[in-house]
Write a protein that binds this ligand. Structure first.
Ligand code: SAH
Length: 469
């Protein structure tokens, strides 16, 4: 897979400053999927071209990589991944041209902000949806698009064209803008495996696409494909884009809930949210709780499920973010619920750092993907608020399993899954914390995995179920 970017803006070799890569050098970077080579086939004051060659290791992709586990052995080893532009290209752009992608340049700050003539050539780009879709993506953004298709097999012309193209995109724009468009739209065109699709991807999509995406005529397809047809994630992103653009709400998207999820190996990651909800619900049901708390309820995903089950007679959600509570009110249509339902649910604004009488006297509390958002020095306060003051009969608490992060292809080593995470615990760190807290406050605790378990690294999410003794 080869990406070339050319400029003719004199002195063209300043492209090296913009990319923080010396035109005189050939450099190689280790990516999680193989090697990324960066070099300049041409570097004169009139014309300068940088090339990024992705050398994806198909065997390494399979070995120990959760994303490649399903789909059969044949599909694991014989596929187009090493040869085509895919989400790996986006990962490589972010890793190797990260500063340029953000539009920053210490040595030539003005140039980074200046539109210059740029031409990107991608060989080979899979266009699921054909040349027409390729044009619908890039032409509204102002690119002159050239696409050269390939026949599936020259000896068998009757097999027709392949979905693979060599594509050139030309425009006078900033380098950051060009890289951003490639970052978001190449995986959309490929529509293949994504190795990490989760809440953090919504943030990335909005961070990288916010301004131009909100006005793009294909934005709904872009968002859906980027988020792999996950209606819940896609709806989040579309709602937020609509807010930016002052467009009408996304109520109409509800119909898409019925859209079947893509049959894709990445599916196992994609459905993690749902698996987590299911596991938490099961634990709450098993505790026999009637009055339940959802602490750090966010936008109300768990509350929606709790409402469907008559076992839960009273449901109280609490969150520190007023914005999230507003979205939850909206999504759950709390204003429009019939009286008998409305009486069952209440949303409270508050913080888990402070003792709150309103949280006392409940049978159970769920604390789903919240603890990793708390500052470590404040954990002791949280522990007292929950285990000593609120003191529900059962506590179902989930958090990220950091051990598993190594399996997320596009997550750089050591990075957190979400920018707002203050820490991420390994299984032994979580279990040590949970056992100590249980011991201190008179609870027992058991641990359950959530999501597909890796034999060595465990599940993506870990859950502790505490019972008051
Ligand atoms: N439980 C939800 C949301 C998880 S995101 C779900 O699984 O979908 C974490 C949530 O914790 C956010 O909504 C955030 O606003 C909330 N949060 C962070 N710190 C908090 C605090 N000190 N008190 C209450 N909520 C907090």
């Amino acid at each position: 897979m080869l990406l070339e970017i050319t400029t003719t803006h004199p002195p063209a070799t300043d492209l090296g400053y913009l990319l923080h890569k010396n035109p005189a050098k050939c450099q190689t970077f280790d990516g999680s999927f193989g090697k990324v080579h960066v070099f300049y086939p041409e570097a004169t004051t009139d014309r300068c071209t940088v090339a990024m060659l992705l050398d994806v290791d198909p065997v390494d992709m399979v070995r120990g990589r959760a994303g490649a586990r399903s789909g059969g052995l044949m599909d694991q080893y014989v596929n187009d991944r090493p040869y085509v532009a895919s989400s790996f290209l986006s990962v490589a752009i972010a890793q190797v041209f990260g500063t340029a992608l953000q539009g920053r340049c210490k040595d030539r700050p003005d140039l980074a902000a200046t539109p210059i003539p740029l031409e990107a050539t991608i060989c080979v780009l899979p266009c699921r949806g054909g040349e027409e879709f390729l044009r619908r993506l890039f032409e509204p953004l102002g690119y002159a698009v050239t696409a050269r298709g390939t026949e599936l097999d020259e000896t068998f012309p009757q097999w027709g064209p392949s979905p693979y193209f060599t594509v050139t995109l030309a425009q006078t724009t900033t380098l950051a803008q060009l890289l951003t468009h490639l970052y978001v739209l190449v995986p959309v065109l490929d529509n293949g495996k994504h190795y990490y699709v989760g809440d953090a991807e919504v943030e990335k999509l909005l961070a990288k696409g916010g301004d131009w995406l909100s006005g793009h005529p294909e934005r709904e397809t872009i968002v859906r494909r980027y988020l792999k047809y996950r209606p819940s994630l896609a709806r989040d992103a579309l709602t937020r884009l609509a807010e930016e653009d002052q467009l009408p709400g996304i109520e109409a998207q509800e119909a898409d809930e019925a859209e079947p999820p893509a049959a894709d190996p990445a599916e196992e990651f994609v459905s993690l949210n749902e698996q987590r909800l299911g596991a938490v619900l099961a634990a709450l049901r098993a505790s026999g709780a009637k009055r339940v708390l959802d602490l750090g309820c966010g936008e109300g995903n768990l509350i929606r499920e709790l409402l469907k089950d008559r076992q839960f007679e009273q449901i109280v959600g609490l969150d520190v973010s007023i914005r999230s509570l507003e979205i939850a009110t909206d999504r759950l249509r709390l204003d429009r619920l019939p009286a008998h339902q409305k009486d069952r649910v209440k949303l409270l604004h508050g913080s888990l750092m402070y003792r709150d009488k309103r949280l006392e006297g409940f049978d159970a509390a769920a604390v789903v993907e919240v603890i990793e958002h708390l500052d470590p020095p404040r954990l002791a306060a949280f522990e007292r608020v929950l285990f000593q003051c609120a003191r529900p009969g059962a506590i179902v608490l989930t958090t990220v399993n950091r051990d598993y992060n190594a399996l997320f292809e596009s997550l750089p080593a050591g990075a957190f899954r979400h920018k707002d995470h203050r820490f991420e615990w390994t299984r032994s760190e979580f279990q040590a914390w949970a056992q100590a807290v249980a011991g201190r406050f008179g609870y027992s605790v058991r641990f359950l995995p959530i999501g597909p378990e890796d034999p060595k690294l465990g599940p993506p999410t870990q859950m502790g179920v505490f019972a008051r003794e």
